[in-house]
Design a protein around this ligand. Structure first.
Ligand code: 2AM
Ligand code: CA
Length: 267
């Protein structure tokens, strides 16, 4: 179990925000008939969840700053602590009635991610980690996968879509990974992909064109579960570059190397 005061604050906020998201998710399938309906409805659900998180976290830690998907940056009196929040990660899944989405709350302290909570309200899976304390799923200690053979390893990624990302680069990367691995999954919520690496379900995950709130909480989950997290070049500029590679100690370097080769082939 991980029940530090900080984790208690973060999980309580996530659970409170989840109640609204669960209600709204139940409604969304009824709205599929109207063309304009669902997208507007989901962005309202998103904003409502963000408001709950903002209010709860601000009440618990009044001096901390915020970086949020919808409201953007809110500077705090305490400039060394900042919440990095995605109230609804996996929006496209939510919109389509697919139960793979999460509330993601990271805490950045002195420029490093110090704690993270990723909560899937539908499966009731609460992933938590705090620096030096380990990573946990519903109270059970997490450890990244022990698989060391890439041919037995399962990878997650994000596929670019209309108007977003470099499609040729991605296809080169997919070609390289699919040729050597047990498979590639595209589940649609980056925070959960990272949580699932921490849980040992995926040996590796990579994606481009992400924002800090998609990644912050998941990054500490993976590192506290004994995994490696870098940008796609193997460096530390994850937020600046907006790309990420996460995996166990064997598959992280293997994946980064394979993807680097793919990049050269595509350009
Ligand atoms: P979201 O659902 O909060 O938008 C899917 O590949 C992942 O990419 C999700 O975590 C998703 O987060 C994120 N994502 C989707 N569209 C995005 C966009 N336009 N910019 C940045 N991230 C995006
Ligand atoms: Ca997101």
């Amino acid at each position: 179990m991980l029940r530090t005061p900080l984790i208690n604050v973060m999980t309580a906020a996530a659970q409170k925000a989840a109640r609204g998201l669960i209600r709204d998710f139940g409604e969304v399938e009824h709205l599929q008939v109207s063309k304009k309906g669902p997208a507007d409805f989901v962005s309202t659900a998103d904003r409502k969840a963000e408001k709950v998180l903002f209010e709860e976290l601000q009440r618990a830690r009044p001096k901390y700053g915020f970086l949020m998907e919808e409201r953007g940056a809110v500077e705090g009196v305490d400039t060394s602590n900042r919440w990095i929040i995605d109230p609804l990660d996996g929006t496209t899944n939510f919109l389509h009635g697919i139960p793979q989405f999460a509330i993601s709350i990271g805490l950045e302290r002195d420029g490093q991610i110090f704690a993270g909570v990723v909560y899937n309200p539908i499966t009731d899976e609460m992933f938590v980690a705090e620096k030096g304390q380990g990573a946990f799923l519903n109270g059970r200690r997490l450890r990244v996968s022990a698989r060391r053979d890439i041919a037995e390893s399962l990878f997650a990624t994000g596929i670019p879509f209309v108007g977003r990302g470099n499609h040729d680069l991605f296809l080169g990367q997919l070609r390289a990974i699919m040729a050597v691995s047990a498979g590639v999954r595209r589940n649609g919520a980056a925070s959960l992909d990272l949580a699932w690496v921490a849980a040992g379900r995926f040996e590796g995950f990579w994606e481009q064109n992400l924002q800090p709130w998609d990644m912050a909480a998941g990054m500490i989950l993976v590192s506290e579960a004994g995994g490696f997290v870098t940008d796609l070049a193997g460096g530390r500029n994850i937020f600046q570059r907006g790309d990420i590679a996460a995996g166990n100690d064997a598959m992280h370097p293997a994946m980064v190397k394979t993807l680097a080769g793919a990049k050269a082939a595509a350009s």
